[in-house]
Design a protein around this ligand. Structure first.
Ligand code: GLU
Length: 306
């Protein structure tokens, strides 16, 4: 089924935005851009801004990091309107969503290892390239064929047709993805028993009443998967705005891995000023953080909200 829903967001509801870091390392110049943009958009709409700690991938989470990130945000004057929401406490809600998908025949157990998937892909003439995500060929859609169950996947076919998502990003414009062909039936619960990011983010965006998602452009490609899951679970879709990525000097995406400078030692106003620059906001120097943030809200409103 070609789904032509161009989603402009959950209109009519009071604005709720969020910043959703994974506590795998401190906030850096790149993640501050997403944090600041989501905060500015919420404030410019007169809405609420929430902090969600995405700590489902427990082996990658660093103890104490959630508190550290909250303190870094606070040093920049970005204070959430409610105590942080922790995904590690949400297992029952994710189980219930998965159960609902299974009852609707939209999720199935998969017994394939990576090697099984590579062999199946070779069988249809596709060679998996290193570092590329494997497009799952749907081997276990009709059953496990004696293999033990490992992961649980979403059936991306809708009434036997590819799931095609057309969507509108507030910055990137009109976009389209054939989720079935470009991503394949994706994982909802991993083989190690952990919840997949896609399921947790969709369940929590709905549970927290998020109307507007503002986050880094590296996540734009995940949005059609999340919209398909929203449709499969009967949940509303928020409006999306993906912010430009800050690149390291070598042109690579700035990340915790390539040693992005943490903000700890820096001066918060200088960090905010460079984050605003990455967002295309031109702001005069300000002496006080509060004064600077008010000017930034006004500049954001002029740029993104008419
Ligand atoms: N937890 C994700 C990350 O740190 C962000 C999720 C989102 O904003 O949807 O990359």
């Amino acid at each position: 089924m070609v789904n032509r829903s161009t989603v402009a967001g959950t209109t009519g509801l009071p604005y709720v935005g969020r910043f959703a870091p994974s506590p795998t390392g401190p906030l850096h110049a790149g993640s501050l851009v997403a944090a600041l943009a989501s905060w500015l958009d919420a404030r410019a709409h007169g809405g609420r801004w929430l902090l969600r700690i995405e700590d489902v991938d427990t082996p990658r989470c660093v103890p104490g990091m959630a508190q550290h990130i909250a303190a870094q945000l606070a040093a920049c004057g970005l204070v959430p309107d409610a105590p942080p929401w922790l995904q590690s406490t949400r297992s029952d809600a994710y189980s219930a969503a998965l159960q609902q998908l299974r009852e609707r025949g939209l999720a199935y157990e998969c017994g394939c290892t990576r090697r099984d998937i590579d062999i199946a892909l070779q069988g249809v003439g596709q060679v998996h390239q290193r570092h590329e995500e494997r497009i799952y060929p749907g081997t276990c859609r009709l059953g496990l064929q004696g293999k033990p169950a490992r992961a649980v996947r979403l059936l991306t076919l809708q009434h036997g047709h590819d799931a095609v998502i057309d969507w509108q990003d507030r910055r990137l414009g009109a976009l389209r993805q054939n989720v079935t062909r470009e991503v394949g039936d994706f994982v909802l619960r991993r083989a190690d028993g952990l919840w997949a990011y896609q399921l947790a983010v969709v369940v929590d965006d709905a549970a927290q009443g998020i109307t507007h998602v503002v986050r880094g452009e590296d996540l734009a490609d995940n949005t059609p998967r999340q919209m398909l899951l929203q449709q499969s679970l009967g949940l509303p879709a928020p409006a999306y705005l993906h912010t430009p990525l800050v690149l390291a000097v070598d042109g690579q995406k700035l990340s915790k891995q390539n040693g992005a400078q943490s903000l700890e030692t820096g001066d918060p106003l200088a960090s905010l000023q460079s984050a605003a620059g990455a967002l295309g906001l031109r702001l005069p120097e300000a002496k006080h953080r509060g004064q600077w943030l008010s000017a930034a809200v006004a500049a954001w409103r002029d740029r993104w909200i008419r």
